[in-house]
Design a protein around this ligand. Sequence first.
Ligand code: GLA
Length: 747
Amino acid sequence: MIFHENGIFHLKTEQYSYLLKINRWGLPEHLHFGAPVRTEDAAGFACTPGIGWGSSVLLESSDAGSCVDALPLEWSGSGRGDYRETPIELDGKATDFRYTGFEIVPGIVPMSLPQAKDGGETLILTLEQQGARLKLYYTAFETALTRRAVLENTGDSGLMLTKLMSQCVDLPGSYEMTTFDGGWIAEMGKHTVLVTASRIVNESTTGASSNRHNPGFLLSEVGAGEDHGRVYGFNLVYSGNHYASAQRSLQGLTRVMQGISADHFAIELTPGGRFETPEAVLCWSDAGFNGLSRRMHSFVNGHIVPKYWRYRHRPVLYNDWEGCMFDFDHRRLMGLAKKAKSLGCELFVLDDGWFGKRNHDKAGLGDYKVNRKKLPMGLEGLSKQVRKLGMEFGLWFEPESVNMDSDLYRAHPDWVLTDDFEPVLGRHQLLLDLTKAEVRDYIVQNVSTILDKAGITYVKWDMNRHSVALGAKAHAYILGLYDVLGRIFAPRPQILLESCSSGGNRFDLGMLCFGPQIWCSDNTDPICRLDIQGGLSYLYPQSTFGAHVSAAPHAQTLRSTPLTTRGNVSFFGVLGYELDLKHLLKVEIEEIKEQTALYKRYRKLFQFGIFRRSENGWQVSDGQTTIAGVFHKQLPAAPGYEQLRVPGLTANRPYKLRSRAQGLRIGQFGALVKHVAPVKLNPNGFVLRTADRLAMLPDGEQTVTVSGAALEAGIMLQPLFRGTGYDKNQRTQLDFGSNLYIIEAEE
Ligand code: GLA
């Protein structure tokens, strides 16, 4: 609901209140964002000073309180006394927008960029200055709100816009800012710094939301933890260059703003012309980082992902990329599809290499002609046979890119995105100029035709290089991309779109508006995934994570991890398999079959359950059933006891906890095998090698029934290996070991 009383506006849901007022100079002033309060409580939050602060510039010389530099504002200008960072720049000129009116409308107000859907109500504040009108939109959703701005040229000459943020707000208090940064195969590293007098910036300039700095970030009160303390979460429904900053003023206000990056940005608005910013998402919780994540997850699952896919289960997929790369043909793929089916996979995805001269990554991008040498029966033939097995068929595309060695580039060299210099290649490729209508038409037509002809129910939409477009051109590219995605996928809502950009180079809410999941990273090493998926989990629900089990040693880290851990980590996402299945051992086949069966049984919980980061892993729960993953990176010698805490259950209800049956590879004990086997074996001999392929030792078995209160307090897990011998009730883990516990309410 949005209330309005005497110039006070109140966005209120069961979860939060967002209060602001129009002050006596016509500036929107921030009052409160946090726990739900009454509209009348506005009086308690106001900090409009009666007399000024020393060395202030006054907006009105007769009014000593008009020192805007010291006010908590919802928007701000420049050259008029507020010396903090401004959310708007008009070609280096002063700006001074004042309130002229408001509207409250039901639902959302449609816009030209992807946006959150099915909101309660929208408040539109109008601010004006000579020759320009600014509208600030606030839409209330149950667990979060969105803000955006629209600037209109109301004058009779051009207006040069060089910066327009989606939102700006001054929050009272001291905060730490957490950003998620990295690069290829190292996405979403969590970094936290105290926000003080110097400005902290979270920005991308690569043309995409980027793997360097995710647009989502957090502000938390000092001392907040996973389950306690006040935390704000911010994100942007946008896939291009973004910007956010935080800075604390002497008065103790933390100014935070977000929007499109102003780096090289300039756009001329002709008279009557307007510019729309993407939506910023603002969320708050006083139940710590987990509390904040719960609200953000519910917002993304309920309002960002396409309607058709909201809370709809996702298939377990097999993707041929890491297993085959470019080296495949119809027979090899069908062999893999049959194996994948027998392991429990439901969707077969053919990745890169199916078209043109795409036998390596130096050629073929841009072309859509199927490579008949590899696929003599075409995609249709392959898809038909895969579907006959009882699997769905999915396909990889990289439609935004082109190799110079391609028929498309030879025919249309002018279709690529260039600057005035020699082209610079990334992964041997260029980007197509999606600001051109003919380029967009080419992509829409080619992709759509293939989708319709080959019975495709899943698309992996990839994009594998940074852009050369800057500023407004980079923004126009993203608008072009959204146009293409809308035209292809809106008429085909049942196609499951998983976007990808060298892994997580475009993991953002803009892309999630078109497809409900994103490939988190090309790094599938589960130990790295603990950080990558863990980082994502602060702002994105696990239903959006493409999470695959791949081979060990791992292609990017050369680390060997147990198959159980690879499964246990991938369970907390949308499970898939991406490895060559041909040489799997019997023990691995059995393990994978058990993994897919378990995942399918608890799929709803894994994909949509309430997610919690715990002291030693991750949990998903619906109150009735909880699944807890406990992960170890490096284990010390003689490790101590370990507890598992599961908060949030019914205190006096009994719950049965059981560890998921898992095995230990015998071969990994080498010469130590004499301690675990009843007979003496040669550690390098045939018998041990054979035993290693065929059977595993049971590990970490635990079953106990306790109350919800006991689980909240923390129950003791089976002890870890202490160097004294093997016992199946002990957790005999090597480094990178893990356990999964299933906790179910008893009648
Ligand atoms: C990118 C993707 C991978 C794979 C390859 C294919 O690197 O992130 O998953 O699709 O492209 O070339």
